[in-house]
Design a protein around this ligand. Structure first.
Ligand code: IMP
Length: 178
């Protein structure tokens, strides 16, 4: 019998993701030594990554979230972004690490970086679990990238298709009916 699981090919399993996040956490710990950075998770896709990443960072981290929604269909970014949930405190003069699930066209991150800049932080770094370099429409400075992937639609570990599959403990390529 065919189940929903048969439509997903595993790209990175849970163990591989865990190992890579440990590396990213160690790198961020070195780069921000002596600081108390604010990690800003971009809802909803970054939630599992955010939770694992902050625990891999050996610094007194502060946590904030921003919610954005991008107008467009399910698999293409339109670049028109709306803030649906904003930071609860000022980031002025602070070191910020933006935590995102995936940078695809880069349009969402471009908008977020512009929004951050108006709030006058001391520094802003971008940490994304995934990057699809082949699909980039704008050049975004990415400080930390978990994995660079080909231009395929991925799900799991925070990433959704039509709101589903964020709970999968691995990252997979969705090959199901659309
Ligand atoms: P961008 O603005 O094109 O960089 O798109 C960023 C957002 O598009 C991400 O935060 C995701 O919500 C969504 N997205 C882009 N590619 C994928 C994918 O392969 N799977 C799931 N969501 C994706």
């Amino acid at each position: 019998m065919t189940t929903w699981r048969d439509h997903i090919d595993v790209l990175y399993d849970a163990e591989t993701i865990k190992r890579r996040i440990a590396e990213l956490g160690a790198q961020i710990t070195r780069d921000l030594a002596g600081r108390s950075p604010i990690f800003v998770g971009i809802l909803k896709g970054s939630v599992p990554f955010f939770a694992d990443l902050i625990r891999a960072v050996d610094l007194p981290v502060q946590c904030e979230f921003m919610g954005i929604s991008s107008y467009g269909d399910d698999t293409e970014s339109s670049g028109v972004v709306q803030i649906t949930y904003d930071l609860t405190k000022t980031i002025e003069g602070q070191d910020v690490v933006l935590v995102e699930d995936i940078v695809d066209t880069g349009l969402s991150m471009q908008y977020l970086l512009a929004s951050m800049a108006t709030r006058r932080p001391r520094s802003v770094r971008v940490c994304t679990l995934l990057e699809k370099p082949d699909n980039a429409r704008v050049k975004i400075p990415l400080d930390y990238v978990g994995f660079r992937i080909p231009n395929e639609f991925v799900i799991g570990y925070g990433l959704d298709y039509a709101g589903k599959y964020r709970n999968l403990p691995f990252i997979g390529v969705y090959r199901g009916p659309t």
